[in-house]
Ligand binder design. Structure first.
Ligand code: ATP
Ligand code: MG
Length: 709
């Protein structure tokens, strides 16, 4: 009798503990929801304030930014004949109109959606100089080169600008000499250079400051994924120049970040344009990453060489500077033209690598996160992550460097659970750092859910069809689920035992212990699927993101180490009330899942090839002859324009102008038409080109954007 009562007491105690665990999880959730509730309330107030403003201050109908405006024909002319763009993408025209009407504007538009045109076109249309704040030197150089190439006078003030150039820019600002249209600066200029601000003041006083643009505006917010301290002082611009329209642009801003931006930049009454984050032309894929470094490089090299035999451009992102150098070297040893780019290099060396890549002399840049934000190379065909990103936002941004011209491109992330603790020991002290990391880890661990939907879900957007443009949608039916409840129990009981003995363990050490334990228990006749080392790593990581386990960090003099310990829900697993399963690719060979573009694309010589060669020739002759700096091949003719010329085969300058605008037709028309003539009648006298395997997919527009179509 007494033992029965004791038994029952033990059961009640165990159940109580379980209930307490659940309460802890619920309290956590309650706290999160309270925070979200207050953010949303604040957001709603801000929206209402801006709506009231719009209603109170503007005549009815003016908020229709798609109507007719007096600058329409000039805008159309410059868009086509200077920028070489035949049709606006979604929201571009409306944004240009809002800026031209003098309003402050907040633009959230997908990476590669075409944000630059939204401020560059008004900058050309309006009198005076536009100020553009941009966070990175490489991005600024890219933009200045591209604008110079199409004859728009742009310059920059950065850490690399010579004193002489700086003086000349200051003179232009002060006296209005020359025809400077766009001035790019890094945010430090605004926050640190009083001299610059006083010149700007004079420029504005003379009515010559046409607009202010804050590119990559998410850097203002510490809730954003790439907060830059100098960005937080940019509020001064609206205070100093209240009458100058300010346009803030970013590809990624959650509602919280949007609210923050409006507050920090002092634009509570701005017009907001939100576009979808969807990039329908990007194929997302997660590949299993071998624990052997050389094998990973072999796979990456094989992927690049078989999918892109014509040396189309790509980026490989790595975790550390050292890793970048190593990976670049090993890719070179495998015959790929690759070089590295990271923050430890001199500005000059970084610029050289960037320029070689932009002019297609280098196929692959192997970079850290220091490379990429806003890089305007439209024909990047693949972005490979050698290591895990630290959040969904960061991954969306970095992978979004691919396919900005709207043509099909690959985004591949090489995932190995052991990489999780490398990242977690870097981000655990950041605001929601671990939570953000675990979101991308869930993305990687999944073998069934649509990758694209994971982005929609993350950015709070309604789901859209993926059209088979991710590995899980393409291969999801082949994926299988393996029951790992038994393994999870062993893991939890081992950890319980170790904690009782005051022992610590890393994920990798734990895997070895689990393997040994399962072998030892094997004799007891338990029927369990045999898991490889990598699978066990994956089970442990799954348990971490599901709160059964948690990571704990300890600093040493040289590093921060991540250990794994019991989390709030461990008892549920131990008592068998929580099943644990793992999604596996159908073939179990994580590294070799079929991809959309893993078939080698045959590339016979044809008109497209000839046009590609032509643009390279023009680009390299420009780099030796042009006083205005290099003109990159993509600035001579974009991939879309090459496609349009190849399909339409224009026979006169007028026809060509409709496809690429007057400026380019005037400069290169004779040579382009000369090539097209060789292909008149469809067959071509220079060799027949097989049909391209990819049909173009375009970004963010309801209309067909293919120039001339
Ligand atoms: N309406 C259009 N039609 C065709 N191409 C366009 C159009 N608008 C922009 N582009 C091209 O799309 C590419 C990406 O544009 P842009 O650099 O402005 O993107 P973004 O939105 O600033 O992206 P990111 O967030 O990555 O900086 C560029 O090559 C640009 O010339
Ligand atoms: Mg941009």
């Amino acid at each position: 009798m007494e033992t029965d009562v004791e038994q029952e007491l033990l059961c009640v105690a165990a159940e109580l503990e379980e209930v307490e665990d659940q309460i802890r999880v619920l309290l956590d959730r309650q706290q999160q929801l309270h925070e979200k509730q207050s953010d949303l309330k604040a957001l709603l107030e801000a929206f209402r304030a801006s709506e009231n403003y719009a209603n109170d201050n503007l005549p009815v109908g003016v908020e229709d930014w798609s109507g007719s405006f007096e600058w329409d024909s000039r805008a159309d002319d410059i868009k086509l004949n200077i920028f070489g763009i035949s049709k606006y993408r979604a929201n571009q025209r409306e944004i240009v109109n809002a800026v031209m009407s003098g309003r402050d504007v907040l633009v959230i538009m997908a990476a590669g959606g075409g944000k630059s045109l939204c401020y560059q076109l008004p900058a050309v249309l309006r009198e005076g100089v536009a100020l553009v704040v941009s966070p990175l030197l490489s991005l600024i150089q890219d933009q200045v080169m591209a604008l110079t190439a199409i004859g728009i006078h742009a310059c920059m003030l950065t850490s690399t600008t010579s004193k002489e150039n700086e003086r000349s820019v200051y003179k232009t600002l002060e006296k209005g000499e020359g025809n400077l249209k766009i001035l790019y600066v890094t945010p430090e200029k605004i926050s640190k250079s009083k001299r610059f601000m006083s010149k700007l003041e004079k420029c504005n006083h003379a009515g010559r400051l046409s607009l202010i643009s804050i590119d990559e505006a998410h850097c203002c917010s510490q809730w954003g994924h790439d907060f830059r301290p100098d960005y937080k002082n940019l509020g001064i611009l609206k205070t100093q120049f209240p009458k100058v329209p300010l346009i803030a642009l970013t590809a990624t801003a959650t509602q919280k970040v949007q609210l923050d931006l409006m507050e920090m930049l002092h634009i509570p009454k701005c017009v907001k344009f939100l576009s979808t984050i969807n990039r329908p032309n990007l194929f997302y894929k997660v590949s299993g990453k071998s624990s052997v470094g050389k094998v990973v490089i072999d796979e990456i090299a094989e992927f690049i060489q078989s999918s892109y035999p014509n040396k189309e451009s790509g980026i490989v992102y790595c975790f550390s500077r050292k890793e970048c150098e190593q990976v670049a070297k090993e890719l070179r040893e495998r015959g790929i033209l690759a070089d590295y780019y990271h923050a430890d290099m001199h500005d000059g060396a970084r610029e050289r690598v960037h320029t070689r890549w932009s002019s297609n002399k280098l196929q692959v840049i192997v970079g850290t996160v220091a490379f990429g934000m806003g890089i305007n190379k439209p024909d990047v065909r693949f972005v490979i992550h050698h290591s895990l990103s630290k959040s969904m936002e960061t991954y969306y941004q970095e992978s979004g460097r691919a396919g900005r011209d709207g043509l099909p491109s690959d985004c591949v992330l090489y995932y190995r659970p052991a990489d999780v603790s490398r990242q977690s020991s870097m981000v655990f002290y950041e605001n929601s750092g671990l939570q953000n990391l675990y979101d991308i880890v869930r993305y990687c661990q999944s073998r069934r859910s649509c990758r694209r939907n994971a982005f929609f879900h993350h950015f709070g957007e309604p789901l859209k069809d993926c059209n088979g443009m991710c590995d899980n949608c393409a291969n999801g039916n082949e994926a299988k689920e393996i029951d790992c409840t038994y393994h999870a129990k062993v893991i939890v009981s081992l950890l319980q035992e170790m904690q009782g003995n005051d022992q610590r363990t890393t994920i990798l050490q734990l895997v070895d212990k689990v393997k040994a334990k399962i072998k030892e228990l094997g004799a007891s006749g338990q029927k369990t699927p045999e898991l490889r080392k990598e699978d066990l790593e994956q089970v442990i990581v799954q348990l971490i993101v599901d709160h059964v386990l948690r990571e704990e960090f300890q600093h040493t003099a040289y590093a921060t180490n991540a250990y794994v310990t019991l989390g709030p829900l461990w008892r549920q697993v131990l008592q068998g009330s929580r099943a644990v399963s793992l999604e596996m690719p159908g073939d179990r060979a994580g590294g070799s899942i079929r991809t959309r573009s893993s078939q080698p694309s045959s590339f016979a010589p044809g008109l497209e090839t000839k046009l590609d060669e032509l643009r390279r020739v023009i680009s390299s002759s420009s780099s030796s002859s042009s006083a205005q700096g290099e003109i990159f091949p993509h600035a001579v003719l974009s991939a879309q324009q090459i496609r349009a010329i190849s399909t339409q085969k224009p026979t006169s300058s007028e026809e060509l102008e409709k496809l690429i605008g007057k400026l380019k037709a005037g400069r290169y028309g004779g040579r382009i038409l000369g090539l097209v003539r060789g292909y008149a009648g469809g067959e071509g006298t220079l060799g027949k080109r097989p049909r391209e395997e990819h049909s173009p997919v375009f970004i963010g527009s309801s209309e067909d954007e293919c120039v001339g179509n």
